[in-house]
Structure formats: structure tokens, C-alpha cells
Design a protein around this ligand. Structure first.
Ligand SMILES: C[S@@+](CC[C@H](N)C(=O)[O-])C[C@H]1O[C@@H](n2cnc3c(N)ncnc32)[C@H](O)[C@@H]1O
Length: 265
């Protein structure tokens, strides 16, 4: 019988892929760490789709304005039940074929809900968070995927695993000290960071060299101090947080060029 060539091509590429991953594991072995977190995501009963849909439902429902950074196959983007949706991804999905930096450099729209799930590297996620706080209304929400890695491999930058959270957790450790926002991590779906913008006078601590070079052992030592909460409790805490007036947003748009927050990126 003739060999099934497409099948043998597939298995050849998966052999090559496994080989590359093994080589990467050896290359970065000095950074390995024994601790593995069993977050049991499959047992939590909610995921990012539920979180984003709840947020849009309380932010205008069908009329809510939603922005997603990093859309991939539109799994989340298509499931968000509102009509004003913008999705930014340089490769696939969404509505805008570009990187988040390029999108934010010309964007003038103000959104109700923003989900950040693009490049999962600390400095990029930090930049996306600062830009998103500029682009969301006071009383609006910025959420993030992948704040709770399971292992050193899963969060390693550069990427050496298929299921990758990257080192977004470094931003999570800073959002705890951010001003003008309410922040929690929902204990669902690889950790969904959730921020409500309370005022135009917000501040996120800038990127630090110390965090940039920190390894997984830092996450292990700080995870217990992160505000990780069950879905309903975390959602309620953030949604119920009192925010200032929307009038500040108009003032701030005018002053955008002299933004005090821009200096932090
Ligand atoms: C994990 S996937 C997004 C999954 C999607 N949000 C979901 O929940 O189904 C990450 C996506 O981010 C995109 N991406 C990578 N770098 C980016 C950047 N600088 N700006 C925007 N998107 C980026 C990738 O092309 C990829 O499609």
C-alpha cells in the first residue's frame, strides 16, 4: 500500500517540533524550578469568555464597545456578545491586521472593555496595559489572560512550551501597587487579571530591570501575596469599586500629548 504522504509529513513536522522543544529545555535547564502549580482550571466552572461577556453585559450590553488585543482564531472574539468590536492581531483574527503598539499609536476611540492577550512578554504587556488604560473609559474594564503560570517552562521567555503564559505575571505583581485602579486576578482559565479604571489619575509602576530579569522563583515567592479570587468574588469586588466621573475622560483626551503616564513606558 502507498504511504499516506500528508500523514507522514505531519508526523515528521511533529517529530521536528518535539526535538526542538527538547533542545530548548536543555538550553535553558539552568533556569529550571521544581515547583509546579496544579491550578485545576477545568474544575473552576468559568473561563475568559464568561468573564468578558459579563463585563460587556454590564457595560452597555449589545452597545458596549469592546477591544481585544491578540485574537488568534477568534475563539473569544466571536463569542463576545456586543456589536462594537475591534480586534487587533498581526497574524490572524479580529478586525485590524497590526501589532498593538501600532494600533494604539493612532487610536482615538474610548472602549468600555478591553481584553489583552497579545504578545505575552512583560514589557509588551506592560505597554499594552498603559495604552489600554488610556483607551478605556473611567468605570471601564481592562482584563488580561495568563497571569497564573503552572511551571517555569510555561512562563519562560523566550517561549519553549506549547501551552504558554509568558511572563505576564510580572505585570500582575506591579498592578497590586497601581493607583487609580481596582485590581484582582480571577482564579479561572490560566489567571484572568481584571482591572477597573477608577479615575483618570491612575499610575502603573514603570518596567524595572529587576523584574525584567526575574525568574520563576520570584513568582513562587510572591504568588501568595497576589489578589487571586474565585470568579464571583473577584468580579464583584472589581465591579463594585467606586469610580470617578466620566468628565475627566474628555479632559484627559485633550491633554493626551502631555500624559504623565506615558513616561512610564
Ligand atoms: C493567545 S493568542 C490570542 C487568543 C484569543 N484572545 C482567545 O482568547 O481566543 C495570542 C495572539 O496574539 C497575537 N499577537 C502577538 N503579538 C502581538 C502584538 N504585538 N499585538 C497584537 N497581537 C499580537 C498572536 O498573533 C496571536 O494570535
Amino acid at each position: 500500500m502507498a504511504p499516506n504522504t500528508s500523514l507522514s509529513k505531519m508526523s515528521l513536522s511533529s517529530i521536528r517540533h518535539d526535538f526542538r522543544r527538547k533542545r530548548q529545555l536543555r538550553e535553558f535547564a539552568a533556569q529550571s524550578h521544581d515547583r509546579v502549580f496544579d491550578w485545576e482550571w477545568g474544575r473552576k466552572g468559568f473561563n475568559r469568555v464568561a468573564a468578558v461577556n459579563y463585563l460587556t453585559s454590564i457595560s452597555g450590553g449589545l452597545d458596549a464597545k469592546y477591544l481585544e488585543i491578540g485574537c488568534y482564531d477568534n475563539h473569544l472574539f466571536f463569542a463576545v456578545a456586543c456589536l462594537n468590536k475591534v480586534g487587533v492581531d498581526p497574524v490572524s483574527g479580529g478586525t485590524h491586521r497590526m501589532r498593538s503598539d501600532e494600533f494604539f499609536s493612532t487610536n482615538e476611540e474610548i472602549f468600555d472593555v478591553i481584553f489583552i492577550d497579545g504578545l505575552h512578554e512583560y514589557e509588551q504587556v506592560h505597554r499594552d496595559a498603559v495604552h489600554a488604560l488610556d483607551a478605556v473609559k473611567v468605570g471601564g474594564y481592562v482584563a488580561f489572560h495568563d497571569f497564573l503560570p503552572s511551571s517555569w517552562v510555561q512562563q519562560h521567555v523566550p517561549r519553549i512550551s506549547d501551552s504558554w503564559t509568558g511572563d505576564c505575571w510580572k505585570l500582575a505583581s506591579q498592578l497590586v501597587d497601581a493607583k487609580g485602579v481596582e485590581f484582582v486576578i480571577l482564579d479561572i482559565d490560566h489567571g484572568v487579571g481584571l482591572m477597573k479604571k477608577l479615575s483618570e489619575d491612575w499610575h502603573i509602576p514603570p518596567v524595572t530591570e529587576d523584574l525584567k530579569t526575574a525568574g520563576f522563583e520570584r513568582f513562587v515567592s510572591l504568588v501568595d501575596s497576589l489578589p487571586v479570587l474565585p470568579f464571583a468574588e473577584g468580579m464583584k469586588k472589581v465591579v463594585d469599586a467606586k469610580h470617578g466621573t466620566i468628565r475627566g475622560a474628555a479632559r484627559r483626551l485633550k491633554a493626551k500629548d502631555q500624559s504623565p503616564h506615558s513616561s512610564s513606558i
